[in-house]
Design a protein around this ligand. Sequence first.
Ligand SMILES: *[C@@H]1O[C@H](CO)[C@@H](O)[C@H](O)[C@H]1NC(C)=O
Ligand SMILES: *[C@@H]1O[C@H](CO)[C@@H](O)[C@H](O)[C@H]1NC(C)=O
Length: 293
Amino acid sequence: MASLGYSKLKNVVPFLLLHVLATLLCAYARPATFNQDFRITWSDSHIKQIEGGRAIQLVLDQNSGCGFASKYQYLYGRVSMKIKLIPGDSAGTVTAFYMNSDTDSVRDELDFEFLGNRTGQPYTVQTNIYAHGKGDREQRVNLWFDPAAAYHTYAIQWNHHQIVFYVDEVPIRVYKNNEAKGIPYPKSQPMGVYSTLWEADDWATRGGLEKINWSKAPFYAYYKDFDIEGCPVPGPANCVSNMKNWWEGSAFQALSPVEARRYRWVRMNHMIYDYCTDRSRFPVTPPECRAGI
Ligand SMILES: *[C@@H]1O[C@H](CO)[C@@H](O)[C@H](O)[C@H]1NC(C)=O
Ligand SMILES: *[C@@H]1O[C@H](CO)[C@@H](O)[C@H](O)[C@H]1NC(C)=O
């Protein structure tokens, strides 16, 4: 076969298109991997692939922290990863896992921030939500297990009805779409998936009371089992509006009774800060706190 004539090409093109389409569709049907779906955004020398590429190790030392981000942005879906946090004296370190629209003025952002602590003291998980450029919605819970002893799954689920932050199977935060009541909700800007490990002892440790102990450095955090199920942007145009995506299903529009019970348990036993009840910061209760969950 010396050359591919026009008539042959005509037969080949539809197959090529099908192939491209199949690849695009598969891009969000398969489990995410670090190499295919993420890129290093800060200090390559501090991020190392381990276990034959199945997991990665992030390092924080006196020279630098580090970070990585997804190659694509996503509009709605579920993002999760398993993380094993810094053991021992981790006070002053912050390990973050978040989604961010990467837009300066009207930022949307969904944050998990793991604040280290002195040996034996519980890690604090801070969550925050920016909608249409406004944040200041911090909540903090103490974890009921040692997150440095083993990997645990941290997930953000985002659909047209609600945003839920999960620690393993336990919802620790719910933000409802109350746009009908005039409350902003992230709904039109795609967000990338990010993670960073850095030093923030000026604010993370009870307002800067505890300093990072550099003689314990380097500090290591571990990640694996990246999973992104969502609508990649750029990607299939009708994905975002497709209400048949599993994460839009009725089972995900509100917490199940079991989840609601777990969520109440977290709020009663592990919540240590809620901006909704911080009268010194917000003499007038923010509207989304009044709208109910
Ligand atoms: C660290 O532990 C102390 C004592 O249990 C607790 O009050 C605090 O919220 C924890 N978290 C941080 C970030 O200091
Ligand atoms: C910092 O770590 C060193 C080495 O483990 C220890 O000797 C020292 O007491 C620690 N300092 C603080 C303030 O905890």
